[in-house]
Design a protein around this ligand. Sequence first.
Ligand SMILES: Nc1ncnc2c1ncn2[C@@H]1O[C@H](COP(=O)(O)OP(=O)(O)OP(=O)(O)O)[C@@H](O)[C@H]1O
Length: 264
Amino acid sequence: MSVANATETPVLEVRNVSKRFGGVKAVNDVSLRVMPREIVSLIGPNGAGKTTTFNLISGVLPPSSGQIIYRGEDTAKLRSSDFARRGIGRTFQNLALFRHGTVVENLLVGRHVHFRYSVMEALAFWGRPRREEIEAREKVEKIIEFLEIEELRDKTVSQLAYGQQKRVELGRALACEPQLLLLDEIVAGMNREEKEDIARFTLDIRDEFGIAVLMIEHDMQVVMDLSDRVYVLDFGALIAQGTPAEVAADPMVLAAYLGEDAHA
Ligand SMILES: Nc1ncnc2c1ncn2[C@@H]1O[C@H](COP(=O)(O)OP(=O)(O)OP(=O)(O)O)[C@@H](O)[C@H]1O
């Protein structure tokens, strides 16, 4: 388990953030933080506002009010294309891979956020582009080794089993060299063995690379096993936060989930 130092700058600080869609307040005055080398889960019933919160943190949507501070910097001034370059990596609920590309090509796409060369330089394949290309390929090879997908490297993504595709998506998010990794229901649809592999990789990502992880997760076993802390959303608002054991015993949380079952 990670032990966060109270004097450290949070990797992420969401301060009193709200997001309205017309009359719907999808996110209502939410504040949360992720410290370096922490694994933090964001849970809550369907429609609680989890995906919207991720979209705000990763720059897909601007907040209606409140602040999102990433490594001490207010993200309000960033363009959405800057978020990955600054080190916010993300996997999506639905696969977001280039299906007709190979595993290596998909990982290189994740890496390209760091390329700075011009089209002319790229055409000439000279100087900086050449160095960046070599560096990118080396980084991608390390990720392939880390995720144990060597035998899949030249396969087309559409040929892979779902669990393998998810592993490639995790690799694509790692290729942008994140300081903060957002995992959106990464184990959904996986069998037990695939879930255990992803859980192991998530712990290693934190422990070996020092990356902070914020994950939306419906699988309570994964939440309980991996999280240092948990935030619980319901109807757009935070209703609880604490260690996995604390939130699991919280009457407000139990009521929110029971309410979901009653409506199912
Ligand atoms: N683009 C949008 N326009 C209008 N309403 C939206 C939009 N996106 C989300 N909402 C609404 O905001 C609320 C929160 O949705 P959100 O997808 O963030 O929840 P969630 O917790 O991720 O749910 P799930 O677990 O089902 O993925 C819902 O009432 C949803 O209908």
